[in-house]
Design a protein around this ligand. Structure first.
Ligand SMILES: C[S@@+](CC[C@H](N)C(=O)[O-])C[C@H]1O[C@@H](n2cnc3c(N)ncnc32)[C@H](O)[C@@H]1O
Length: 266
């Protein structure tokens, strides 16, 4: 049971167990409340059907579409929406209570060019048609350090093949991460799968000048989980054709040979 330092007046009974149960109850209620509210938000779509090719009618304009994948509380979707009113920004995540935070802010700030899609990124190609998306941001995704989980990394070729189905040919993919392992892994993927690398900053915040969109801070960034003391940034685009699945076996071996990711034995 986690340590709970709540004054006794805040919970019935005096034991830590009571406090923990009480907190869970409150948190559960808050989550349920958010889930219910989310259904009323006009800027949130939860597991929608028939959105593929239909984002123009949702936004009521044909401005370029920018995605934030693994958006959590959606700092990038909201931040980019503020910086670029002429772009439509969509934050995508599975967790409704996190999306709620960004969606609420976008509504309060009347950002009609910001929306949120609640779904699994594994199914993302079901939601966008060919060339419908002009840019993708992947912000502090779970690095999935175990090699057995490599396919869950959002820059794994398995995902790049999905993005390829709807990202315009000149479309950029941006990765911001504090994980040196995910950074190195992504660089390997960029090289081996013939992507074009446009920017590679090993230590983003050490640069004297930065674009405003690179300065948006996310919640997970503030947690500093990797404790690497730096933020890595990559910007790349996809090749005309991405090598097929057979290449992924080669990648798997290379990760081990080059000793790239955290858990070397799995
Ligand atoms: C480490 S958090 C980062 C959140 C946010 N970008 C930030 O920097 O604060 C990773 C997020 O990815 C989401 N996520 C991970 N895998 C996903 C998947 N396959 N489909 C949808 N969301 C996913 C999680 O729900 C979580 O909110």
């Amino acid at each position: 049971m986690p340590e709970v330092n709540l004054p006794a007046k805040f919970y019935p009974g005096n034991s830590r167990e009571h406090a923990f149960r009480y907190l869970c109850e409150i948190m559960g209620q808050k989550k349920l409340q958010r889930f219910a509210e989310l259904k009323t938000f006009p800027n949130v779509l939860e597991f929608p059907e028939n959105m593929k090719g239909n984002w123009i009618s949702f936004f009521k304009n044909d401005n370029p579409i920018v995605l934030e994948l693994a958006c959590g509380k959606g700092e990038y979707a909201v931040g980019l929406g503020e910086l670029f009113p002429e772009k439509n920004c969509i934050g995508i995540d599975l967790k409704g209570n996190r999306i709620w935070v960004g969606a609420k802010k976008a509504l309060q700030d009347q950002l009609t060019n910001v929306a949120f899609l609640r779904t699994e990124i594994d199914k993302i190609a079901d939601y966008f048609s060919k060339n419908e998306v002009s840019e993708i941001w992947i912000t502090f995704p779970d690095p999935q350090l175990r090699n057995s989980k490599a396919k869950k990394r959002l820059t794994h070729p398995k995902f790049l093949r999905q993005y390829h189905q709807f990202l315009s040919p000149s479309g950029y993919i941006h990765l911001k991460t504090d994980s040196p392992d995910l950074y190195q892994f992504t660089k390997l993927v960029i090289e081996k799968y013939h992507c074009t690398l446009h920017k590679d900053y090993d230590d983003l915040y050490s640069l004297e000048k930065n674009l405003p969109e690179l300065q948006i801070k996310t919640y997970y960034e503030s947690l500093d989980i990797a404790q690497s003391k730096r933020v890595h940034y990559l910007c790349f685009s996809l090749p005309e054709q991405i090598p097929g699945k057979e290449k992924d076996e080669e990648l798997k071996k290379l990760i081990l040979i080059e000793n790239i990711t955290g858990d070397k034995n799995t």
